[in-house]
Design a protein around this ligand. Structure first.
Ligand SMILES: [Mn+2]
Length: 380
């Protein structure tokens, strides 16, 4: 009887251990690319070609970092490469290595159209749908070049010829590192490439505070530091760059424009066009503002409503299991990641805000459980 019990127990334990191993193995595999896709892309890149690297509208640190790094890598491989982005990027990124060579579609649409038309290969970095390049979506859709996606957003479109889409990763920049390594070219990662990739990983994880629970992220970062990144200096260059008016706008947001709804574990901030004018608004000035609302104890859902000419742009952030990707998709024609997404409202500000508040009771259970979950150390 005792023997039987012991055998049974051992079996249960071994199943449990096996499952854990399998789980770990699967997670690890998620970082690896489809070998068949990889072989084909590797073959495609063997002879020098005209290549265009593109990224999304309102490019952020990851969009630029991944694009600049991939462009430099491909240039080192002997290709003729141009990076095209739809519109300007914020001032706090205007020191990144190689950024002067970027073609900004808004300013040079003719040049960009020619490049897109003639490109043999077009990379799409850090976005999951062609519409995300906004200004040149039509030209990109029409372009004859082979389209290759490298991205970490949910639900990528099927419009691409080859797709390296991995959700469980910190950033597209991390994937570009994986991509270069998978092509056996890790030795080509120099300081310039490494700095760009590091900017992408650092900004997309909010300086390693979210989307960074992957051992692989730290392995990659270790390699980037070895390749010559001064992480402290990069942090200063990106974050210690507030203008006085931006800092005062942040103060205004927190003192005058933030509403906290503890009963729904929610906090939101709203800014009208008038507010923005008062603080001499520059693109990028509200970057990160929404995270302050989320960092209040007990808050699991935060939103920032910014009035634009024709719409109200909304940024959503959440903690834990509450999916702002679903929330933005279901109510604001948007999407993104589970804990960071965006959408639009076409109502005026007061209506937008009251409609938003009216939605919250429907999500009560999820909001409270996310708040509870994020206020304790969860079992390993
Ligand atoms: Mn990204």
């Amino acid at each position: 009887m005792y023997k039987l019990l012991r055998t049974g127990l051992l079996t249960i334990i071994s199943i449990f251990v096996f499952d854990k191993k399998k789980l770990f193995f699967n997670n690890y595999l998620l970082h690896k690319f489809n070998p068949d896709t990889l072989t084909k892309v590797k073959h495609l890149l063997t002879s020098p070609a005209e290549i265009v690297v593109t990224s999304h509208y309102n490019p952020d640190g990851d969009a630029l970092g991944s694009s600049l790094a991939l462009s430099r890598y491909l240039t080192k491989k002997g290709h003729s490469v141009t990076t095209i982005i739809p519109n300007d990027f914020p001032g706090f990124l205007q020191w990144m290595p190689g950024q002067k060579d970027i073609v900004v579609y808004f300013h040079k649409s003719k040049t960009a159209d020619e490049l897109l038309k003639n490109a043999k290969i077009i990379f799409s970095l850090d976005y999951n749908a062609i519409s995300r390049v906004n200004l040149f979506a039509d030209q990109l859709a029409k372009a004859k070049g082979v389209k290759i996606l490298i991205d970490h957003h949910l639900e990528p479109e099927k419009e691409f010829d080859f797709s390296f889409s991995v959700i469980k990763t910190s950033s597209t920049s991390e994937l570009v590192f994986d991509f270069i390594e998978a092509l056996d070219d890790a030795h080509l990662i120099d300081a310039e490439i490494a700095i760009n990739l590091y900017v992408g990983i650092m900004t997309d994880t909010g300086s390693f505070s979210f989307a960074c629970n992957y051992p692989r992220t730290y392995e990659v970062v270790a390699r980037l530091v070895e390749a010559g990144v001064d992480t402290e200096q990069v942090h200063r260059l990106v974050y210690d760059t507030y203008s006085e008016s931006r800092m005062r706008l942040l103060g205004f947001c927190l003192s005058e424009r933030m509403k906290v709804l503890p009963e729904h574990s929610t906090a939101y901030i709203w800014l009208t066009q008038e507010d923005l004018d008062k603080f001499d608004f520059n693109p990028g000035d509200t970057e990160g503002v929404v995270n302050y609302a989320l960092s209040i104890k007990g808050i699991s859902f935060a939103a920032l409503f910014t009035e634009k000419e024709d719409r109200i742009r909304i940024s959503f952030r959440s903690k834990g299991n509450f999916s702002v990707n679903n929330f933005a998709r279901d109510h604001y024609q948007g999407g993104g990641h589970r804990n960071a997404s965006g959408g639009d409202s076409f109502d005026k500000m007061p209506v937008t805000l009251s409609k938003f508040e009216a939605l919250l009771p429907r999500y009560q259970e999820g909001l409270l459980s996310a708040a509870q979950q994020s206020s304790r150390l969860n079992p390993l």
